[in-house]
Design a protein around this ligand. Structure first.
Ligand SMILES: CC(C)(COP(=O)(O)OP(=O)(O)OC[C@H]1O[C@@H](n2cnc3c(N)ncnc32)[C@H](O)[C@@H]1OP(=O)(O)O)[C@@H](O)C(=O)NCCC(=O)NCCS
Length: 153
């Protein structure tokens, strides 16, 4: 998560946003079934070296409707453009379907062309744009219906 923040926000802001202790607690929070319905999914080489991860969780709208959220995704720079990001996204969608969630989404910087292209390739559309509270970075919400509703993104 720290590496993702540094890559997206730059070294100074990416390091200052959250302490390593907070980020470790955040992963533990996702792994505690009393706190969250979530999973940390890993991408590995055939030799078992972890080259990427994504964190997915069940969320609810204010009206109580459930949806899947991709909280974060990262692939090591040396392992990119080899399909790991795609595999992590598909594994996340599988987890959402297993949890009977009708739709899923993620938020990222409007400048994050790599992630936006990855998601658009898999049928996601931008449905919302908002400034991030702390940094003011323009964020976009990428959304997809998991049961292929005609005419919907
Ligand atoms: C975005 C990210 C996860 C992609 O991982 P990856 O393993 O390189 O992705 P893949 O090899 O599976 O690529 C799948 C698709 O993503 C898109 N993509 C990935 N890298 C891209 C790049 N450098 N430029 C343009 N499109 C890119 C393409 O559509 C690609 O499909 P294609 O190869 O048929 O063109 C990776 O670049 C990353 O970890 N970035 C930093 C972290 C980050 O931005 N996380 C999200 C923060 S919310």
């Amino acid at each position: 998560m720290r590496a993702t923040l540094v890559e997206i926000e730059g070294e100074t802001t990416g390091t200052a946003l959250y302490s390593m202790e907070w980020l470790r607690d955040r992963v533990r929070w996702h792994l505690d079934p009393d706190q969250a319905t979530a999973a940390v999914l890993l991408a590995e080489t055939p030799g078992g070296h972890v080259v990427g991860h994504t964190i997915v969780r069940r969320e609810t709208e204010v009206n109580g409707a459930a949806f899947g959220l991709v909280s974060t995704t990262f692939v090591e720079p040396g392992a990119r453009r080899q399909g790991s990001g795609e595999k992590l996204l598909l594994a996340g969608e599988h987890w959402f379907r297993q949890a009977s969630l009708p739709s899923c989404c993620t938020w990222t910087s409007a400048a994050n062309a790599k992630l936006i292209r990855l998601y658009e390739k898999h049928g996601y559309g931008i449905v919302d744009t908002q400034p991030e509270e702390t940094t003011g970075t323009v964020m976009v919400k990428l959304h997809k219906w998991l049961n292929s509703r005609p005419g919907k993104s």
